[in-house]
Design a protein around this ligand. Sequence first.
Ligand SMILES: CC(C)(COP(=O)(O)OP(=O)(O)OC[C@H]1O[C@@H](n2cnc3c(N)ncnc32)[C@H](O)[C@@H]1OP(=O)(O)O)[C@@H](O)C(=O)NCCC(=O)NCCS
Length: 142
Amino acid sequence: MIMRLENQCYAYPWAAWMFRSAIWLRMSCWVMEGDREVIGFGIAQRQLRWWHLMNVCIAANFRAMGLGKKMTVHLLSEARKQHAVYSWLEVRPNNRTAINLYRSLGFRSVTMRKNYYPSRRGRLPAIVMAKKLYRKQKPNIL
Ligand SMILES: CC(C)(COP(=O)(O)OP(=O)(O)OC[C@H]1O[C@@H](n2cnc3c(N)ncnc32)[C@H](O)[C@@H]1OP(=O)(O)O)[C@@H](O)C(=O)NCCC(=O)NCCS
């Protein structure tokens, strides 16, 4: 079911072994279920103080209903539980929806990664976006 969704969502999908490794490596893997089917999933991994959002995917007929944001917010709450301090992700420069989603949650573009994504016309760069997970606490002045 996950593979079917992955294949629907991406022109260059993850292979099944990548999902198996995500589970085997105990990454944070979450699934959203509809009445009879998987309608979305999210995968992230803690890397020291960083939380890498690796894959967020919502089935095409369930998009623009707030589910992608819900999944991303959930993954970020897991990051905080695991005491990560920053989160980062890669996104295709032409993936407007995903960029808007991440921007709306406070992610900002920090750099580009060359030759990251496969495409029909050679490899495309990735935009790397990042966000700090904790705001500085205001001092408690009595
Ligand atoms: C990216 C994806 C996860 C977004 O999921 P979604 O459920 O459609 O998104 P949401 O309904 O939660 O919308 C979240 C934000 O995305 C943006 N957005 C949603 N639909 C959009 C559209 N059609 N065009 C532009 N921006 C859009 C908006 O900023 C929205 O926030 P707002 O409603 O507060 O303004 C989904 O499109 C998807 O699975 N795409 C294929 C896989 C993919 O590209 N994943 C990201 C890899 S980095």
